[in-house]
Structures are given as C-alpha cells and as structure tokens.
Ligand binder design. Structure first.
Ligand SMILES: Cc1cc2nc3c(=O)[nH]c(=O)nc-3n(C[C@H](O)[C@H](O)[C@H](O)COP(=O)(O)OP(=O)(O)OC[C@H]3O[C@@H](n4cnc5c(N)ncnc54)[C@H](O)[C@@H]3O)c2cc1C
Length: 376
C-alpha cells in the first residue's frame, strides 16, 4: 500500500504534472489545480538536458516528446563579430545516459500539453483557472478550500506552484528570492535551416546571445543583459529593444532577427534564485520544483531538477507505506544537496559573467554533469 491515498497538487508545471502522473498511475487519487486557464498559457521554449529526458521517459511521454522536440548533442560558440564567426563546438554531456540525446529543445506549451494529457490518461483530476485559498492541517490530513468555493481533505498537499509559491507563503516559510543581476529577452519563432543546435555568443552588448531549436519549425532565441526595469515598455517597444540588442549578433542571428516581428512572442524577465534548506515539508504539505529551489538558466537544469523532485517524491510515496520521518529523510537526502549544487553552480556561472571573470567553466560544468548523470 502507498503512503498516501489522496493528494492535492498545486501547480501544473513540470514538478506538479510530474508528481501527479507518478502518483495517479500507482492508484493514488490526485487532484491538480492550475491557476492558469489552460496549458497553452505556460510559456515559450525550453532546453531539456538528458537527465530531464530520462525523467520524461519515466513519465511515459518520452517518445511523444522526441517526435515534437529537436534533439542535438553539440553546443556551438560564436563570436559577436560582423559574421558571427564560429569559434568552436563542444559535445554536450549525455546526462540521461546513452539512450537519450544530450539536449533537446521543445516548445513549453507542447511539453505541458503532453504532460497534462498523460496526467488525464492516468486519472489525475485537472482543474484549470482554480487555486487554493486556505490550508489547515492536523495529524491525519489537510483541509483545503478552493477559489471556486469548493473544498476537500487530502492525505498530502504538494506545493508545486513555482518561484512565488502561494503554498510556501501559506506555510509561513520565509525565503528570500533574489535577483542575480541579469535579465533575459526571449522570443519564440520559426527555425531558420541554419539553426540545428544551440549556439552561444559571449560578449557584445549582452552577456550572452543564444538560440535553441525547439522543433522542425520553431526555435527560441535569447539575449541576456544587466537586469533593469523594462516594465514601462509596451509590447512594440519590447520588440524594438530586442531587435536593437540583437543587431550586434550575426550568422544565424541575421535570419532570426528578420523573424522578430510579433510583439506577443517577445518576453523579458529577470534571473532569480533561492534554495530552501531542508526540510521542504511542513507536516503533510511539501514544496517541490521552483517553489523550493530556483536558479538562473545558465546550465538549463531548472526543469530537470523539478522533474527529479517529482520522480523521487512520487517513488517514495508509492513504495513506502507510511508518510513518516523516514520517508521525509529519504526525500531530503536524495534531493536537497543535489538541487543546491545545481543552483549554486548556475549562480556561479552568472556571477563570473557579471564580474567579467574567466572562471573555470569546464570544471564547473563537468562537476554538474557528473552529479546529474547519476539517477536522482
Ligand atoms: C528565463 C528562464 C528560462 C529558463 N530556461 C530553462 C531551460 O531552458 N531549461 C530548464 O530546464 N529550465 C529553465 N528554466 C527553469 C524552469 O523553467 C523551471 O525551473 C521549471 O519550470 C520549474 O518547474 P515548476 O513546475 O517547479 O514551476 P513552474 O514551471 O513555475 O510551474 C508552476 C505552476 O504553478 C502554477 N501556479 C502558480 N501559483 C499557483 C497557485 N496559487 N495555484 C495554482 N497554480 C499555481 C503556475 O501557473 C505554473 O503553471 C528557465 C527559467 C527562466 C526564468
């Protein structure tokens, strides 16, 4: 028998959808509430490392994801010069093992759709445009009220509601989320034939200019700058700013720039970070994914770490027969230091760029790759 019989998951991102699938598949009754109205509201493109792909396989969506995404095994480095000179290309570590490509780009809404379809297939009750308004727990369960006025009682509540987690605040957990000092422009658009992998350009007006193919017909492109208040810019001004910053980058960027015409496909956000020390649970409520740890996407591991949290929590809840201190100890032993190492390495990479310091990037990347190559 599993440690829990019915669970509420708050948030339908990678962490929430992941844990919901794992539990429902094992016969646990799972409700998932997502504040957004549908999965299509869930972002633009994402770079998935091998260890994330291994977790997608564990959820039963790898084959479908592979058909939609764009896989590659090498990252290129180009100069911010008038022709975008290719400097060198580095094989990416296959952190998911030999059965998966090193990296795959994918549209976030498509990935969310796959995971939500899988969740529905295994019996998760998905409720969109719904959130929680109150939580009260006792020794045997958690009473929850929802924004539509309904209520429920659960053996466990999983707060997978992202960096500004409502669940975390409801638990009274003080956690400082700080800006790392960088902001990122992102656009989503068509893939020029010349883009078959991620290329990174360091220097020029931005810290990093890059792109990642997300499917046969799509890619996302990004420019990382000093964090600044861009909130006063309207959509057309945002588009113009991204186009202007991109003028320094050439090669495939010349073609990408031509496609930067739709303001609704451009987005600006700051890089933020936090790590919650153990424990991540308070009684029968637990935080996973960005709610517990978040990092700048300098190693593109946030999504993988969210999926790994989901996998480990799901596995323990299904295999153990009691929601007790042993279960939580095992969960924290397997997750907290691993996630912290990834966050700190991601922050270090960002800091070296901010300080214009030539840090030992290969060594840092090797350490993270070795760590995440081990199954979570
Ligand atoms: C600019 C940027 C680029 C990134 N690029 C990458 C990348 O390329 N690769 C990578 O692996 N990672 C990347 N990341 C990190 C990655 O996006 C996150 O680590 C990952 O999405 C975390 O998943 P999550 O499920 O924990 O949280 P989220 O994806 O934030 O999902 C949380 C969900 O909860 C919902 N929600 C919030 N509040 C409530 C509520 N009160 N009630 C109900 N629902 C709620 C939200 O709508 C959302 O759907 C990037 C992050 C940023 C900021």
């Amino acid at each position: 028998m599993s440690a829990v019989q019915n669970v509420l998951v708050v948030g339908g991102g990678l962490a929430g959808a992941g844990v919901a699938v794992r539990l429902a598949r094992a016969g646990v009754a799972v409700d998932l509430v997502e504040v957004k109205p549908d999965v299509h509201a869930l972002g633009s493109g994402i770079t998935l490392q091998g260890n994330a792909l291994r977790e997608l396989d564990g959820l039963g969506v790898w084959e479908a994801a592979r058909e939609r995404g764009y896989a590659f095994d090498v990252t290129g480095f180009r100069a911010p010069d008038p022709v975008g000179t290719e400097l060198f290309a580095v094989p990416d570590a296959r952190t998911g093992g030999p059965d998966y490509p090193a990296v795959m780009g994918m549209s976030r809404p498509e990935l969310a759709q796959l995971l939500h379809d899988r969740a529905a297939e295994v019996g998760v009750k998905l409720r969109y445009a719904t959130t929680t308004t109150d939580l009260a727990q006792d020794a045997d369960g958690v009473d929850v009220t929802f924004s539509d006025g309904s209520s429920g009682r659960y053996d466990l509540v999983v707060g997978a509601d992202g960096v500004r987690s409502w669940t975390r605040r409801m638990l009274g957990i003080e956690l400082e989320t700080r800006s790392t000092g960088m902001g990122i422009w992102r656009s989503f658009g068509p893939r020029p034939a010349s883009v078959t992998r991620t290329d990174l350009y360091y220097g020029g007006p931005c810290y990093i200019a890059g792109y990642c193919p997300t499917g046969e017909d799509s890619l996302y492109a990004y420019l990382v700058e000093d964090a600044q208040d861009r909130s006063t810019l309207g959509p057309e001004e945002q588009l113009a700013t991204m186009r202007e910053l991109s003028q320094a980058y050439h090669g495939p960027w010349d073609e990408i720039r031509e496609t930067l015409t739709d303001p609704s496909k451009v987005n600006y956000t700051w890089f933020e970070t936090h790590v919650l020390p153990a424990p991540w649970n308070r009684g029968r409520v637990v935080l996973i994914g960005d709610a517990a740890h978040t990092c700048p996407p300098t190693i593109a591991q946030g999504g993988a770490q969210a999926l790994e949290d989901a996998a480990v929590l799901g596995q323990l809840l299904v295999e153990r027969d009691a929601l007790d201190a042993d279960l939580w100890d095992a969960f924290h032993d397997r997750r907290v230091e691993r996630a912290r190492t990834v966050v700190e390495a991601s922050n270090q990479l960002a800091q070296w760029q901010l300080d214009h310091v030539q840090g030992d990037i290969p060594s840092l990347m090797r350490t993270v790759a070795q760590l995440v190559s081990q199954p979570a």
